[in-house]
Design a protein around this ligand. Sequence first.
Ligand code: DGT
Length: 243
Amino acid sequence: GRQGCQIDFENVSFAYEGASGDPVLKNISFTCLPGETIGIIGSTGSGKSSLVSLIPRFYDTSAGTIRVDGVDIGKLDPAKLRDQIAIVPQKSILFSGTIEENLRWGNEHATLDEIIQAAKMAEAHGFITSFPEGYETMLGQRGVNLSGGQKQRLSIARALVRKPDVLILDDCTSALDTTTETNIKESLKSFASGVTCLLIAQRITSVMDADKIIVMDDGEIVGIGTHEMLMKSCRVYVEIFQS
Ligand code: DGT
């Protein structure tokens, strides 16, 4: 098993190349301890996806420093860094091929047992085995039609197959009912005890039991704390809660 990483953002700012106007992220500082689950919440366009995309260096910061286990990520080998980090994107990317092939993508050495275990944690094993061909079922143009929620569960399973040190879920439970979402989070707790988890969400209920929650507004952090703390002290958080 892998160990979770510590992630530190120190005064990080970021602007997309060629974009005019205000940077997308302004002076972001926070620490995520190994094994912690951090929720990230904020209105659309507030910078949540941009923030997490800096961790595997999909983009480089304009100012400030990001450290993984104390080391400036600018000094790490990007391939090694990306091997430690799994991001489940907002929009699932599945390819034409079997379910098993799709789940193995990113960890060619995974055994079928490991794939099944990951699919169980992601609440996907049940619907997969309901197909006559099970894990051999073809996806894609000539394959089965999956619902949005089923695609999301396959994407989460694929990330778990990689056994990452850092697991980032970018708003990828939006198409799931709350029971399925809760079940997945429960399994993640056992799998991911030790795994550092960043969880972007629209709904407060998706993040309220995180170790801490980061509240983003217009590229800035306007609150960090537990649900209880933020309900008392963060206007933006309370507004999201009430909406
Ligand atoms: P969401 O996913 O709608 O909840 O929004 P966030 O909070 O994840 O925001 P994000 O990081 O996707 O976008 C923040 C700002 O950055 C927003 O004004 C759109 C802009 N932006 C996002 N991706 C790109 C990109 O690839 N290129 C440029 N130039 N701008 C981008």
